[in-house]
Design a protein around this ligand. Structure first.
Ligand code: DAT
Length: 174
């Protein structure tokens, strides 16, 4: 059955602004903010806690099972620092948020990230790891790169994604 609401991934390095964008979009569009970290934790889609990286070791098969019904229904704004797991057929748009190193440094420092973890994330942002992952995993027309350094940029990103969702709904109306 075809979806009547789109599924959008908002991805990027930790601190780039995924949660903030997803919350604003959910409020404006009525779509659901699906925070994958929370699902991994609540539905135990993991093989334990990684002490070194301070994150769950994700069991990808379990996570896909946990997400399948929701994804098929549509209307998910998926918030995760990865994107290559989901089948292309589930997804309509992939937004990769980007940020300058200095702004990212300040945001991660405010979160009191340990120095090594902070450096790893800043390197990953400079190396465009998530942008490359998105481009490798999805059709190039589905992937959009947006800057997230300032609140003005955030507002214009949210406007733009909201317009995209409105258009998708028109194009896919029964
Ligand atoms: P993420 O979910 O990607 O880890 P977040 O939404 O929690 O990121 O944002 C981290 C912090 O940075 C938070 O205090 C809000 C702020 N922030 C995010 N995007 C921003 C932007 N475009 N302009 C200014 N501040 C931003």
């Amino acid at each position: 059955m075809a979806r009547t609401q789109p599924n959008v991934i908002i991805t990027g390095t930790p601190g780039v602004g995924k949660t903030t964008h997803c919350e604003m979009l959910a409020e404006r569009t009525g779509l659901r903010h699906v925070a994958i970290n929370q699902i991994v934790k609540d539905k135990e889609c993991h093989e334990g806690w990684d002490e070194e990286f301070g994150c769950w070791i994700v069991d990808e098969d379990k996570l896909l099972d946990a997400m399948e019904d929701e994804a098929k229904e549509g209307g998910c704004i998926i918030d995760w620092h990865a994107c290559d797991l989901f089948p292309e057929s589930w997804i309509d748009l992939v937004v990769v948020l980007r940020v300058d190193s200095t702004a990212l440094y300040d945001r991660l420092a405010a979160r009191k990230y340990p120095e090594a973890k902070m450096q790893e994330n800043i390197d990953s942002e400079i190396m465009q790891v998530l942008l490359q992952e998105a481009r490798d995993s999805y059709d190039e027309e589905m992937v959009v790169e947006l800057q997230s350094n300032t609140s003005d940029e955030m507002d214009s990103n949210v406007d733009r994604i909201e317009q995209w969702i409105t258009q998708w709904r028109k194009d896919n109306a029964e």
